[in-house]
Design a protein around this ligand. Structure first.
Ligand code: PLP
Length: 391
């Protein structure tokens, strides 16, 4: 293939992906639009059909990888039930998420506790309810678990590059090469089992190399584990799989292709799992919000919504190119968008909306099924978005 043809094909693919993103946005708005009737607070409309389709697409892109839905992305009971029906397992980070698993009636040995720092009370609660697998990334955490659940199966979270992720998670968690040895020593001292490796490439990750490098690093750790007398049993490739905001993000099939290739050299005796959160639930949810005020300040046009940073839109302050679509048509203009609270951090930056926008307009925000309702609080008395499921 000549270079010119390759470039043409690339740009054709890009045009196609952008077209798909636009169609997807339109589809999400279509299933949300009827929820403006009797509107009195922001509504996150979630499509069950899309939850199912996302789970199926993930599994078919990576047949060897068992998905464990990261409950933190959206712990709604009906969403958990839908994923359970699709054969998805779960990953948890807190006592409340563990209780949601009890409520859901899943086999606790399939639930993975991937928060590397857990309170003694949380470990006790997990142990009493049959949880087997616990993540560690410090010798201190190994010691803490040893006191409460000495027969736990531990898996080690290592640091990997988070470059190319909109919401990096590096720094706060993950053991670097120097810490890995100390964790192995601590595990041996307590006669515990360290039998797996995990990593997280950062949320909304568009850099496929992060997974590839993570799996390669895990392979090295497996050798290290074996030389310490441990038997490697688990590779957990974490979360981070991105939504399509612009069409430039890699698809789950492209990510899967690279991951599947790397997995060819992982022995069949090692179970492989992932912890997708955003990918499974994000594109199933569209937020419906309403304009509560318009202002001009120092010649800048401000638009105030009935929800904001406190009401589930924290990610709009970061590098998330979410589409905002007004019910009103008109010339687009740049607005400074803000939430309804009296706090000055409740500002979500510049966004394009019709210049003739007015109080009362409905604004649709597709792709907000993850980390929206679950991150919202009712500061200042403004109601958090309510969830509505549609088939
Ligand atoms: C340990 C762990 N696993 C999985 C996830 C889910 O990540 P994502 O929603 O990007 O797939 C997170 C997100 O913070 C996490 O901390």
């Amino acid at each position: 293939m000549t270079q010119a043809t390759a470039i043409k094909q690339d740009s054709n693919n890009q045009i196609m992906s952008r077209q798909q993103v636009e169609n997807d946005v339109r589809e999400q708005i279509a299933f949300s639009a009827e929820h403006t009737d009797n509107y009195h607070r922001p509504v996150l409309v979630v499509s069950k059909q899309r939850l199912r389709a996302n789970a199926r697409r993930f599994m078919s892109a990576m047949p060897r990888v068992r998905p464990h839905f990261a409950v933190k992305a959206n712990p709604d009971a009906e969403i958990l039930q839908t994923f359970k029906q699709e054969g998805t397992c779960f990953e948890i980070a807190s006592i409340a998420e563990l209780d949601a698993m009890i409520e859901l009636g899943v086999n606790m040995e399939t639930v993975f506790y991937s928060n590397p720092i857990k309170s003694p009370a949380a470990i006790k609660h997990a142990a009493n309810n049959g949880l087997l697998w616990y993540c560690v990334d410090t010798p201190e955490e190994v010691e803490k678990i040893a006191m409460i659940k000495p027969d736990a199966k531990l898996y080690l979270r290592i640091t990997v590059s988070n470059e190319g992720s909109s919401w990096p998670l590096a720094g706060k968690f993950g053991a670097g090469p120097a810490a890995v040895e100390a964790i192995m020593e601590a595990t041996k001292q307590h006669s515990m089992q360290l039998c797996g490796v995990t990593f997280h490439v950062g949320s909304q990750c568009s850099n496929i190399n992060n997974w590839v490098a993570g799996i390669r690093a895990a392979k090295q750790i497996f050798t290290q584990l074996s030389s310490h007398g441990f038997t490697p049993e688990l590779l957990n490739i974490g979360g981070g799989y991105p939504l399509q905001f612009t069409g430039d993000e890699p698809s789950i099939e492209q990510i899967g292709e690279a991951i599947n290739r790397e997995l060819e050299s992982i022995p069949g005796s090692i179970q492989v799992m992932a912890e997708p959160g955003r990918y499974l639930v994000g594109s199933a949810g569209c937020l419906v919000s309403q304009v509560v005020g318009i202002a001009t300040r120092d010649e800048a046009r401000w638009i105030y919504l009935d929800t904001g940073v406190y009401g589930g839109l924290m990610e709009l302050t970061m590098d998330f190119p979410l589409s905002l679509v007004s019910e009103r048509t008109g010339e687009p203009g740049l607005w400074t968008m803000a939430g309804p609270t009296c706090d000055s951090i409740d500002v979500m930056g510049p966004h394009s909306l019709p210049v003739n926008s007015a109080t009362g307009d409905f604004i649709y925000m597709p792709n907000l099924g993850a980390y929206c309702t679950t991150c919202a609080c009712d500061f200042n008395g403004f109601p958090t978005p309510v969830m509505r499921m549609v088939e």
